[in-house]
Design a protein around this ligand. Structure first.
Ligand code: GN1
Ligand code: MG
Length: 373
């Protein structure tokens, strides 16, 4: 048994005994937390699965407040889902407290763990094969935003301050360059120049938020395609997961990040840049689904800046990957030494392609807006 296995078994023991533990296996999708599926055999012979996660406290420095946000948001969603006749056990996440009654378990080594239900008969998508799936993801994220539109925003903790504050990310990037902790700065000259040339773009959304021209909303902030669970029976998106970054923000962050990840014709860490581009058919499908679900509650500016948000959130993510490469891979999990640099290059290639296709993106948004009026 490796050290981590012993650790997980001990953690499982800190949570109520749902039956005989049949086993547990890691899920390797995310770049931040450690996730395991734990399977139990109940007394009645039924098997039941749960999701056990170690919150990365290097990234989430306020895990208790984070869990408070998650509890608040899931309770709020639960009520709305019930009122609409839905099934809250499938349409949102449920937190299962530890034996001591807290909604997290703080291990002796400082690790913070929590247990969720495992939503059965669902799947997630990492790379699209149809525009329809992306439209369904858009309906899910749009609906998520709609459901939370009247959430008491002042009760949410800012668990990672300035999370999508791009000027602040840009400043962090300049510090990374200055410090050059990894000594690898010279490996990324063209990429660094790419970022520096786009400094002006960074403040567009934050300026509009500051001036009140864009509203502050409850946002998910990590709207990757694989954060939607699709129902195996209907192939519709039913549950938005990964609620760790739910915070006050702009709806444009959620839209932009979805496009960055889902409408890329290649994976987030594709090495062959000739494969990386914006799929306009996917972009159109997402715009249509998103406006169908949330369009009526969006302001004119929140619609007008959709193409820009796609570009900005892609640029911002690239800045973060590149900054982490220069800092020595201290934030994102990596599989090989240049992984963060590869991810950054992919983002920048996508930004370039969005710049080239900007007119098309604007037209798609205009047409889709007319359709919902
Ligand atoms: C991280 O948790 P995960 O892997 O879905 C990151 C996001 C980035 C994303 C890039 C808390 O998301 O902000 O967009 O990687 N989450 C955090 O893939 O930093
Ligand atoms: Mg996440």
């Amino acid at each position: 048994m490796t050290e981590i296995e012993i650790n997980v078994a001990e953690i499982i023991d800190a949570f109520p005994n749902y039956g005989e533990v049949l086993g547990y296996k890691p899920v390797t999708d995310g770049h931040i937390n450690d996730t395991y599926i734990v399977e139990y055999l109940k007394d009645n012979g039924e098997k039941v699965r749960f999701l056990l996660q170690r919150i990365n406290t290097n990234v989430f420095k306020m895990p208790v407040e984070l869990m408070d946000n998650v509890m608040g948001v899931t309770a709020f969603l639960r009520k709305k889902i019930e009122a609409a006749g839905g099934d809250p056990m499938r349409e949102t996440l449920t937190v299962y407290p530890a034996k001591d009654g807290k909604n997290y378990y703080m291990a002796a080594d400082g690790g913070c763990w929590r247990m969720y239900n495992f939503v059965e008969d669902t799947y997630s998508i990492n790379e699209l094969t149809s525009a329809e799936d992306f439209k369904n993801a858009a309906l899910s994220f749009g609906n998520f935003q709609n459901l939370l539109a009247d959430y008491p925003i002042e009760t949410l903790y800012d668990t990672i301050p300035n999370f999508h504050n791009t000027p602040s990310r840009f400043k962090d990037f300049l510090v990374a360059l200055e410090t050059n902790a990894s000594g690898r700065k010279d490996m990324a000259r063209p990429e660094i120049d790419f970022v520096l040339e786009r400094e002006k773009d960074c403040s567009v959304i934050t300026d509009l938020l500051d001036s009140g021209e864009l509203p502050v909303r409850v946002t998910h902030n990590d709207t990757k395609l694989n954060n939607v669970l699709f129902d195996k029976a209907t192939n519709k998106g039913i549950c938005v997961v990964d609620l760790d970054t739910v915070m006050p923000g702009s709806s444009l962050y959620d839209f932009g990040d979805s496009i960055r990840f889902g409408a890329n014709t290649a994976a987030e860490d594709e090495k062959d840049l000739s494969k990386v581009s914006l799929n306009l058919e996917y972009f159109k499908a997402y715009v249509e689904g998103y406006l169908e679900a949330a369009g009526k509650s969006l302001t004119e500016n929140e619609i007008k800046y959709l193409p820009f948000a796609a570009k900005l959130l892609t640029l911002e993510c690239g800045i973060r990957f590149l900054g982490d490469f220069i800092n020595g891979d201290v934030y994102f999990k990596t599989e090989y030494p240049e992984h963060n640099l590869v991810r950054a290059r992919t983002q920048f290639k996508l930004v370039e392609d969005m710049e080239a296709k900007y007119g098309d993106m604007m037209r798609i948004v205009e047409d889709a807006t007319k359709a919902i009026l």
